[in-house]
Design a protein around this ligand. Structure first.
Ligand SMILES: [Mg+2]
Length: 169
């Protein structure tokens, strides 16, 4: 079975929108790295996760992917603080009892936490996908606008079940 890693922010939950709105309310430009880093490090993630909608039926799609037995599925998510890791694991456990969750410290590449060779990563951030493919993995961009930025692209997680990778690599 092929390993399939699924990003969390911007793929399962629309936390990017929630946190960008909060940044705007605080008058912080998200391009200001220092202030943005501080903001994310001190964020109340429990509250953020409670307030943020699921993207395109993502949780049900993951159930469907698990039931297909086509992949070893894990959630691979960057975190800025321990609280973020704790709250994300708690959140995911409410919906998915039997899935591996791997929090990755923001300063470390996802490719350094798991073996990317021949594994699939679904991520909305093309920088992560570029790193993933440079380490021999298969990148799939999640984009509601279906903008692949050079990668295979999906806008709903269960579309991964209809993709044919063997012919691609
Ligand atoms: Mg993301």
């Amino acid at each position: 079975m092929r390993n399939l890693y699924i990003d969390f922010d911007g793929v399962i939950l629309d936390t990017i929108n929630t946190t960008y709105k909060m940044l705007a309310e605080l008058g912080i430009d998200h391009k200001d790295e220092e202030k943005t880093k501080e903001f994310y490090a001190s964020l109340d993630w429990k509250k953020v996760l409670e307030e943020t909608p699921i993207i395109n039926d993502g949780i049900n799609c993951i159930h469907k992917i698990l039931e297909s037995n086509k992949f070893n599925v894990a959630i691979l998510t960057h975190v800025n603080s321990l609280d973020e890791a704790v709250q994300k694991v708690k959140y995911i456990r409410k919906y998915l009892e039997d899935i591996t969750v791997i929090p990755v410290p923001k300063a470390i590449s996802k490719t350094k936490m798991v073996r990317s060779k021949d594994a699939i990563l679904i991520d909305d951030y093309s920088g992560n996908l570029r790193e993933w493919e440079s380490e021999g993995g298969i990148g799939v961009r999640f984009s509601l606008k279906l903008n692949g930025k050079g990668f295979r692209v999906i806008d709903k997680l269960d579309q991964i079940l209809d993709m044919d990778y063997e012919t691609v690599k």
